[in-house]
Design a protein around this ligand. Sequence first.
Ligand SMILES: Nc1ncnc2c1ncn2[C@@H]1O[C@H](COP(=O)(O)OP(=O)(O)OP(=O)(O)O)[C@@H](O)[C@H]1O
Ligand SMILES: [Mg+2]
Length: 259
Amino acid sequence: MKIAVRNIVKSFPHNGANLRVLDGVTLYAREGEFVTILGPSGCGKSTLFNIIAGLLSPDAGEIWIDGNPVPDGRGHVAYMQQKDLLLPWRTVLENAILGLEVQGIPREEARVRARDLLARVGLQGFERAYPSQLSGGMRQRVALVRTVLTGKEILLLDEPFGALDAMTRMVLQQYILRMWEEFRRTVLFVTHDIEEAVLLSDRIYVLSSRPAHVKEEVAVDLPRPRQVTDPSFVALKGRILALIQDEIKEAFAHAREMV
Ligand SMILES: Nc1ncnc2c1ncn2[C@@H]1O[C@H](COP(=O)(O)OP(=O)(O)OP(=O)(O)O)[C@@H](O)[C@H]1O
Ligand SMILES: [Mg+2]
């Protein structure tokens, strides 16, 4: 097991009370596995990633990496947050090498490695551009390159394509798959998009609405490359959609009871 998250509990103070966000979330990823966390908006997915990345402490629960409990995943994970967080005053190339700089890799070496990866995601010729001169999809590619370049064994990708149009999304999905197939890092990926989850993942965890717990674990046993129109693809998508619809219905019924 590369990473295991066990019984993570987290509440935030809210209007003088405690808002329970994570209600004992347990999940894992094997080495090199692509695992997606699918859940309704506001259920606690980013909170979970913030805890794994060591930006927040859980109230209870543990994170294990390579079979050992660790206080958090810091040092082991690279985290691509929901907002791309590129530095506006740095060029594409300088943004891409940020993680390498922090690790003390010599600048020239860092630049060579970044140029190579930028070219592989179609950003050749944009190394000297500033983030404000890029489209949303291009910015996300820079952020993705920066995350992969850190060389960490585990990548946390929080809705990397959330704000993009469908076509740009399709292109970026292919880039991410290509990078994953080449580097075989362990990926934890968050999305709202069922089709994206089925297209990319080895396994999917469907979370409940807040407070989040794992509602179901779904193995995606479809050969790659996958075709979204394939009957087995469509069937699996339908099964997951039904799970999520159930969850939404339950959440609505619960909300009505509270009124
Ligand atoms: N630092 C914080 N302080 C207080 N409440 C917070 C904090 N961070 C998150 N929350 C609350 O926790 C809940 C879950 O937020 P989170 O961002 O983890 O959801 P999410 O599943 O990532 O949603 P989305 O899919 O919209 O990105 C929300 O109700 C949010 O208001
Ligand atoms: Mg989020």
